[in-house]
Design a protein around this ligand. Sequence first.
Ligand code: LLP
Length: 433
Amino acid sequence: MIKPKSMLVDKRGDVQIGGCKIMPLIETYGTPLYIMDVETIRSTVQAYKKLLSIYPNSKVAYASKALSITALYQLLGEEGLFFDVVSDGELYTLLNAGIPAHRAYFHGNNKSNDEIRYALEQEVGCLVVDNKDELKRIETIYKKNKFTHKVAILFRIVPEIEAHTHDFVKTGQRDSKFGVLQENLFDVIKYALSMSFIHFRGIHAHIGSQIFDVEPYRFLLEKFVSIAEKAQNEMGVSMEEISLGGGIGIQYTEDDDPPSIDNFMLTIASAIKDTIDKSNLKIKPTIVIEPGRSIVATAGVTVYNIGAVKTIPDKRTYVSVDGGMADNPRPITYNAVYSADIMNKMNDPKTNKVTVAGKFCESGDILLKDILLQKPEAGDILMVYVTGAYNYSMSSNYNRYRKPAMIFVEKGQHKLVLKRETLADIIRNDVKL
Ligand code: LLP
């Protein structure tokens, strides 16, 4: 699925998402504008909850680096999700949404001392500890601040599974900045057990992102269950929790062919149940999954105004829009490919091969290269699909442009959830000489 679930185009070509006509919203809020279809988000969350119906001892934690804003935390909080946060800023936003800190997992390979203190003060549900130095810093900060509560931790380990979109190699990826090497795991667990305030809960790994294949997850699960058996047999330690990370892939263009989240979940949930039933674990661990992209990406579209169309004979046609690499850095960063339509010509045939350029001062600021679109003209509106994840969250103020607004649409109602930045916002941290 590339377009938001509730998107409709009528005979006249008028586009609706979430029961809201988009053109009047553009007139109200301007462009570029991020639009999020709440129905798509809710239905994806339901698909993830299949895991709970097959293996009830499980948790879905939204990896909020994909999109971290107060309104989304509120929405997903209502759906009963847990949350992965990776910075004090994400935790602060989560708390601003009224979500209790005990529903948060705090990740990061180099959490600052201030972040650790903040996380301990707020009593976050679980710290996902990346290395032994971090554990030592946690101990120092805990003692210095005279905290008294128990601190639950998972250790992030290097999974040594290389997962690519359609391919995985079991031996790769030792060379990673994240996590404890497997040969050092029992040593750090022993160290954690020597601290009376630490509650060692289990292990975590994240094998990568935009993965289309369920096999690497099955392999990780089997590896984790055998590590848990070993910890039980050799150290008498129970792993209460096993976190398989995030990374489930989604469709950006017609060329992508990921399994549906429903199928992915049915397969992995059955594998979880079978593997744990067959194991000799005395305590059945809680299984955590941490999807980010797949929860929000397809819900999002970005609309831009086309300001100019320039044809270089025998070369290409450039279509310039009023946004680009600052609101969607994925094409320039990862050569990411997107799908799009000219929204006010939806029912016209896509006969024009063009390149859509952003407005930032970089020749590399190309949003869509050699894409087939309806005939573009200045004044048209371009709609780019699947922009809900890692667009706003990775956006910048490059060239001192203001970040766009975002609206949620559902059941004929729309809600502004991020205001467009103002010129005053642009200079708010400037200090005059
Ligand atoms: N858990 C951990 C520990 C992670 O590091 C990540 C993503 C996730 C979960 C969620 O992965 P997802 O389900 O969203 O794939 N900026 C890149 C993606 C970076 C992902 C980093 N970690 C992009 O735009 O493609």
